[in-house]
Design a protein around this ligand. Sequence first.
Ligand SMILES: [Zn+2]
Length: 218
Amino acid sequence: MKNIIFIAPPGAGKGTQAKMVSEKYGIPHISTGDLLRDERNSGSELSEMLKQEMDKGNLIDDNIIVHLLRERLNKVDCNNGYILDGYPRSVLQSKIYEDLLLELNKEIGIVIYMDIDKDLALERTLSRLICSSCGASYSSASLELKPKIDGICDRCGHMLRVRGDDNPEVFSNRFDTYLRETKPLIDYYNSLGILKTITVLKNDTAQDVFNKIEQFLK
Ligand SMILES: [Zn+2]
């Protein structure tokens, strides 16, 4: 399997798709957000500093992310490919990542970009329900993602709630900012010839989107 970088605006369903690819192809899903959170809670030398920076909402230095990525990508489960999620976010970071790949003797692989219309992303995001206990995610707008009993988690029986930060205005700003900041990176990967764009359409199920992604994995 190739190494895969996943890039998608909010509301595209990136988490769901990364999980599906990871499970079907048996490759790890590496989220730099998770790497940072794990390190922060690990009690390591770095964790105190990470705690302070993350609590202040500061961006984490590239050197630290690269350090964590180097350790993670060196593990044997990455030898047959991995999904990278949350990094790189800029052309500068992509150059830093390429240096790391060179050092680790790994290929950059392909970049999957999930394109989605803003209104559709908004609709999908606002219909999302999260379990207050186990964190499972549901959607009231999709038959396949609806809970079996309204408002109740299938997995653990606790109450579902709407995500607090999902209101139209906040979402719209987040979406626009994401596109603006990511555009140069998308253009850069396109120029390298490794960008694979799939479009999420209104009636697509998670499986439909997965089928579109899979055509680039074979
Ligand atoms: Zn639950």
